[in-house]
Design a protein around this ligand. Sequence first.
Ligand code: KIV
Length: 255
Amino acid sequence: MKKIVFKKKPIVCLTAYNKFYAELIDEYCDLILVGDSLSMAYYGYPSTRSITIQDMIKHGKSVRQGIKKSIMVVDMPYGSYITKKQALKNAKKIIKETKCDAVKLEGGTEIQDIIKNLVDNKINVMGHIGLLPQSVKRKKDYKVKGKNNKEIKIIIDDLKSIEMVGAFSIVLEAVNLNVANKVIKESKIPIIGIGASKNCDGQILVLEDMLGLFDKVPKFVKKYMNLRSQIKNAVQKYSNEVRIKKFPSSKNIYI
Ligand code: KIV
C-alpha cells in the first residue's frame, strides 16, 4: 500500500456513506471517511456497534465510485479487530473489496500490537483516541474526555502508543481545549480534531451533522445548512401538489 502523506494543512475531512455524497464533497476534501457513524447517522441505530464488516464494505464500495482525489479511509467496525489475526484478515478484506487507502481503528495502548501488525503488513492505519464511540452503548453516554489527570494521561499514552507503531494520523474526539493542545504539542503525526481544537492539523465532521439533517447534534457540530427543514418543506410542497392534482403537470408526463 502506498504510504499516506498529507500535502497541505489544515487537512479537511468529512464522512460519506455513498457515491453521490462522496462525489459532491471530493473536490473540497483531503480525506473522506466511511465512518461507522453510518450505524447511527444512516441506519438510525442507537450506537455504532450494530454495523458489520459487510455493511462497511457495501458502503465503502459505493463511496469509492465517488472519489477521484481524496484519501479514502474505512472504519473497522466494533468487534472486527479483537485479535491480531482477525484484524489483519478483516483489514485486508476491507481494502481488497473497497479499494480504500487506509483503515481506522478506535483505541490506544490496548490495541497497539494490533495496529503494529497492520502497519508491519503495509496497511495504512489511522488511529482514533479521546472519546471512542465504539465503547459507548447509549447516546447519553457520549461525554467529553480528559476531564481529570488520570484521563489526560490515558489520552497522551494512547497517542504515544499508536504513533510509535506507525499510524499515519489520529482522530482526536471530544476533549477539552487544554487536552487537545497537549496532544497536538506531543504528536509527530497529524491530529484530526472532532470536538477538539482549531489548533489540530485538520478537522472532521459527520456530513449529515454539518448539513443539518438532525435536530440534536453534539456541541462540536456546526450546522452549515438546515437540510432537515429543506427536506420537510420540499416534501410538504410535493404532498400538497399531489393532493390538489397540480403534480404531475404536462411537463412531467409522456405525451
Ligand atoms: O465514524 C465516524 O464517522 C467517525 C468520525 C466521527 C471521526 O469516526
